[in-house]
Write a protein that binds this ligand. Structure first.
Ligand code: HXC
Length: 514
């Protein structure tokens, strides 16, 4: 065969391995409101940056008629490219080929690109759109999943792993995204569940749609399995790109520094924090008034919203922000918000992203439901995660910091490097009402007018303890600051902590209250 013929053959093989855009399967995909897998990659990566790998891989299954079936690229497109110049490894399951089902070679293509990402320290992005284990390939498909899960675990805390769910992600297949760092879902398109509607109907006799079982809203508002919700695939890809700009390539590098920018919002404490201590306000107003360009990328925005976590920059450098949200349940900690915060802390710690914590909470949520749901075990995750984190840890106490909540929200006692308190801070065992009722019970009961005495005792307790000065007197906080100086204090402290050393006793690993 001459050179021209060889090149011609190459193009013919490529054509076979890349189904044309006007094929029936691709048209069906588009009719379903979904983008074609190759277009997804094209959209997500920098123009012309995609370099495909393993295009010519084929399955070798002979059963159930698969020996006569050619599956282009074996239903998954793999390769590397860049996002804003950052190198990334990527795979995208192609639902137009056997429903994107995962057979052994499909899995091997994925594990190969995962190995490449791990060995070269670059983020891995997986676009999932699949009917799950390729039924005809039986146990070989299951083996493939196992090999992916194993690598997800090896890669955890080494490279960022991002899952984008753009179609069904069913059965055990959901466990790969669940092992990754961030899961993105799109309204009406993403469906994640372990057992589908058919099984539920057979086993439980209950009817439920795929959307109600595991659609994008369910996963971002109820289960907390997903971290980012988008209305369209395009919006989703923009979110992925934004996230990539905040995080480092791997655990040995720092996130890229950006030119520092002042916040767009002025921190006017009188406008943000209501005079009445029980009135709520939006903690995101404080975060945006402190961070560069008021640019805050919130993670898990619609789940466990009594806590706020996300990425921002201060003086050009990425920080991980954790805050209580007084707007929701007064910002209390509960089972879900504890999980949310603890996981985010561990991400930031693994990837050398300093943590800044904004505190305003009345403590842990009381109640039988919470106790029975294991608030002790879940709440302990925050204590563990903050204590374990060795990145710079800065805390700003804005208003309430009561009881266990005070300790848990990155107090000095859990290793915070700097704890600042605003003059409005109330650092105490509990709120003045509850405290006065307990410690002055006898006096209140025996007084001529218990109601007036109770009020007086609340004022007395408030004046004595509901302020930052008892903590300041004992050195539990480092400084009471003028709120207007918050950003300046954080910039100063982050600079100071840049070379932080944190020596711990050696161990294989700890045993967090998972
Ligand atoms: C082989 C599959 C497949 C699968 C879909 N297809 N899923 N082929 N193995 N798992 C094929 C279909 O036969 C069809 O082929 C094409 O993909 C498109 O599928 P449709 O059913 O026409 O699409 P749609 O109506 O959109 O429905 C999508 C779906 C449905 C909801 C995902 O296909 C479905 O329920 N599939 C089976 C899901 C499942 O039970 N998977 C196994 C889960 S167990 P043709 O040739 O007709 O175009 C599992 C275990 C993993 O994953 C364990 C890991 C530990």
């Amino acid at each position: 065969m001459g050179i021209i013929d060889k090149v011609f053959e190459y193009f013919k093989r490529r054509e076979k391995a890349i189904p044309p855009k006007d094929s029936k399967a691709v048209e069906k995909q588009i009719q379903m409101g979904k983008m074609y897998a190759r277009d997804r990659i094209k959209y997500l990566l920098d123009a012309d940056s995609f370099q495909e790998t393993d295009l010519f891989v084929e399955h070798s299954e002979k059963n159930f008629g698969l020996d006569k079936k050619f599956l282009p690229a074996d239903g998954v497109i793999t390769g590397t490219g860049t996002i804003y110049g950052y190198p990334v490894a990527i795979f995208a399951q192609d639902f137009t080929v056997a429903g994107g089902s995962l057979g052994l070679m499909h899995a091997r293509k994925i594990t190969k690109i995962m190995d490449l990402a791990i060995n070269n320290g670059i983020p891995l992005i997986g676009i999932n759109d699949s009917g799950g284990a390729r039924i005809q390939e039986g146990v070989n498909s299951l083996a493939g999943y196992g090999e992916i899960f194993y690598r997800n675990t090896l890669a955890s805390g080494v490279i960022p792993q991002i899952s984008v769910i753009l179609g069904p992600c069913a059965g055990g297949a959901v466990y790969s995204p669940a092992l990754t760092d961030f899961v993105f879902v799109v309204d009406k398109i993403s469906k994640m569940f372990i057992t589908g509607p058919e099984v539920i109907k057979t086993v439980l006799g209950e009817e439920i749609s795929m959307e109600d079982l595991g659609g994008a809203r369910v996963q971002t508002e109820i289960s907390g399995n997903a971290h980012f919700f988008a209305k369209s695939e395009i919006e989703c890809f923009e979110q992925v790109k934004r996230l990539v700009s905040f995080i480092p390539w791997n655990n040995t590098r720092k996130a890229a520094a950006f030119p520092p920018k002042p916040p767009k919002i002025h921190l006017d404490i009188e406008k943000i924090i209501p005079a009445e201590p029980s009135k709520p306000y939006d903690i995101r107003d404080v975060i945006k008034a402190v961070c560069d360009d008021s640019d805050f990328l919130e993670v898990q925005e619609n789940w466990a919203s009594n806590a706020v976590v996300g990425f921002a920059r201060i003086n050009g450098d990425t920080i991980g922000v954790v805050g209580n949200q007084p707007l929701v349940l007064a910002g209390v900690l509960d089972v879900d918000s504890s999980d949310k915060i603890a996981r985010f802390i561990r991400y930031c710690d693994a990837f050398s992203i300093p943590l800044v914590t904004f505190v305003d909470l009345p403590g842990y949520l009381p109640g039988i439901d919470q106790e029975h749901a294991g608030v002790i075990r879940h709440g302990a995750k925050i204590l563990y995660a903050y204590s374990e984190a060795s990145v710079p840890k800065l805390t700003v106490i804005l208003r309430k910091a009561y009881g266990g909540g005070y300790i848990a929200m990155c107090s000095r006692h859990l290793g915070a490097d700097f704890v600042f308190a605003w003059p409005t801070a109330e650092i105490a065992v509990m709120g003045p009402e509850g405290a006065a009722n307990i410690i002055f019970r006898q006096e209140i009961m025996e007084s001529a007018d218990p109601e007036i005495t109770r009020k007086q005792k609340v004022i007395e307790y408030t004046e004595k303890f509901a302020n930052p000065y008892v903590a300041a007197k004992n050195g539990h906080i480092d400084a009471v600051i003028n709120p207007a100086e918050t950003r300046k204090s954080l910039i100063h402290s982050l600079k100071l902590c840049a070379g932080k050393r944190d020596n711990r006793p050696s161990r294989k690993h700890g045993i967090p209250p998972f």
